[in-house]
Write a protein that binds this ligand. Structure first.
Ligand code: ZN
Length: 277
């Protein structure tokens, strides 16, 4: 990864820069001849002339400056030009170079912070952005606001030669199953969260909770923390508010599941490989 995070603006405006330009849930991309989306790496001066808002320096990628910014008011094609296409940010997952997508995710989180903490959440005073790091301070009451990260667990529960997979009620693809996941609550350890989420969503008790890996998940600000766990007791009783269906699957009978490089895809791959031993 050739991305170096930074918050201090370069001394001089760069000639060209990567621009991660957002508009609600969309990001602006250019399209190559084969229609694959690319993040614009364009003249800094030209970009500034298009009326971008909330421009924020986030570092360098392959020694080229990177900025996140808010798109001008819609219609975007009118202000930015017909080469720029707004696309759903999440839809780019797996469709572009993973390093660039990862930087876009970071840009998205810094951008959300930059947009959402313009005023102090405690006293309403306009905040001041530090020139040295991504923090905003309230001159009225001193409250400091950093980019928000919401930790969430994701867990592969194994029962002998089967894995517990569920289809969430909100999954856009009605055939897609995945491992269980949920947000960490205040005052909770990650292990407690794994136990609670699996039990609340499926009625299953788990043991032998083991750390697997982690992944930033910028939709909008999660950090996924992956675990494996072993079935302890109980039978499947789904929480219908969260889960449409859940079941145990062997390696040879898997439904449609997420692919790498998502952490859910990595956990399911780990299960498949572990069954081959
Ligand atoms: Zn304040």
């Amino acid at each position: 990864m050739d991305f170096i995070k930074a918050a201090t603006q370069p001394d001089h405006p760069p000639e060209t820069a990567w621009f991660f330009i957002f508009s609600d849930h969309q990001i602006l991309v250019l399209q190559e001849k084969d229609n694959s989306p690319v993040i614009p790496c364009i003249s800094y001066r030209t970009a500034m002339e298009k009326g971008l808002n909330h421009v924020c320096y986030i570092g360098t990628y392959k020694k080229i400056a990177c900025y996140c910014a808010q798109a001008p008011k819609p219609p975007v094609t009118e202000s930015m030009g017909p080469d720029f296409h707004p696309v759903n940010f999440r839809s780019l997952f797996g469709k572009m170079d993973f390093d660039i997508f990862w930087i876009a995710g970071y840009a998205r989180q810094i951008h959300d912070w930059n947009m959402n903490f313009t005023f102090c959440g405690k006293c309403g005073t306009k905040t001041l952005k530090s020139p040295k790091e991504h923090v905003k301070t309230c001159p009225g009451c001193g409250l400091m606001s950093y980019p928000r990260i919401s930790p969430a667990i994701i867990v592969a529960v194994i029962k002998e030669d089967r894995i517990l997979l569920a289809r969430g009620v909100n999954f856009p693809n009605k055939k897609m199953f995945s491992v269980l996941a949920g947000f960490v609550e205040a005052g909770e350890t990650l292990e407690d969260c794994v136990k609670r989420e699996v039990f609340e969503e499926t009625g299953i008790q788990v043991k032998q909770i083991t750390y697997f890996g982690s992944q930033p998940w910028p939709f909008p600000d999660s950090l996924m923390i992956g675990f494996t766990a072993v079935y302890d007791s109980g039978s499947i009783h789904i929480d219908p508010d969260e889960i449409a269906e859940a079941d145990w699957f062997t390696r040879d009978q898997l439904p449609l599941v997420p692919q790498k490089p998502s952490l859910s895809g990595q956990l399911i791959d780990w299960f498949i490989e572990s069954q081959g031993q």
